[in-house]
Design a protein around this ligand. Structure first.
Ligand code: 13P
Length: 250
């Protein structure tokens, strides 16, 4: 399976900026197409830009995703967005359980589990994020934390994507070492096989946390790394595409 290089734009992008970024990524991916980009590309703009960006990227190989959805399809939930609405706006993917949602909105594994079911029912591919805090890593609990998040967040028959994003590496400029990434991705693979059987043996496990053009090639070369989930560097088309050029066909 090709590696997936996904940009999480977080809460960035007014109309003009989002359109300019989408068009630069589109142009870059088309140019790279001749040389054969080894990876699949995805951008996840804020809700308000999904339909604009999806229209600009229609007919290209760049996918579009949301950054969250509600656990039910519709209803009296002021300010929330249902998975069918994301699909209707042109998204094919959705990031769920990002640590910023888990921290800022107190999302639990049980809620993420319900959101995954809602996303799948709407025809979206979920990207479920897991990762430990710095304190949890310092005290050696990272496997327990990540193992618990996987067991609690992934429903039976899950067939989406998992993203390992150590909280201490997000937006900090600190990245996990290649050895730490290899150890954690190996542990996640083993856990996915135990929880999900054969499908857990092949699903993509992305790494996220301060991925930059300068560290992408080495991180993407680590065993069991199926791509990257990129925050800050995904807001510059040049950096996002440089990271994509570092991907390999796994
Ligand atoms: P940064 O790449 O800015 O560290 O963010 C990572 C992230 O949270 C992607 O979801």
């Amino acid at each position: 399976m090709r590696q997936l290089i996904a940009g999480n734009w977080k809460m960035h992008g007014l109309g003009a900026e989002a359109a300019a970024l989408a068009l630069l990524i589109k142009a870059g991916s088309i140019r790279a197409g001749a040389a054969g980009l080894a990876c699949e590309l995805l951008v996840c703009p804020p809700f308000t830009q999904i339909s604009n960006v999806a229209a600009l990227l229609a007919g290209t190989a760049v996918g579009v995703g949301g950054q969250d959805c509600h656990a039910t399809a519709q209803g009296a939930h002021t300010g929330d967005i249902g998975a069918p609405m994301l699909r209707d706006a042109g998204a094919g993917w959705v990031i769920l359980g990002h640590s910023e949602r888990r921290q800022n909105h107190r999302e639990t594994d049980a809620l993420v589990h319900a959101k995954v079911l809602a996303a799948v029912a709407a025809g979206l591919i979920p990207i479920v994020c897991v990762g430990e805090t710095e304190a949890e890593r310092v005290s050696g609990q990272q496997n327990d934390v990540v193992g618990g998040q996987l067991a609690g967040s992934l429903p039976d028959g899950f067939a989406g994507v998992v993203a390992y994003e150590p909280v201490w590496a997000i937006g900090t400029g600190k990245t996990a070492t290649e050895d730490d990434v290899a150890a954690m991705h190996g542990f996640i693979r083993q856990t996915l096989r135990r929880l999900l059987g054969d499908v857990g043996g092949t699903m993509r496990i992305l790494y996220g946390g301060s991925v930059r053009p300068a560290n992408a090639v080495s991180l993407l070369a680590v065993a069991e790394v199926g791509g990257a989930l990129i925050g800050g560097a995904s807001l510059k088309a040049e950096d996002f595409l440089a990271i994509a050029r570092g991907a390999r066909a796994a």
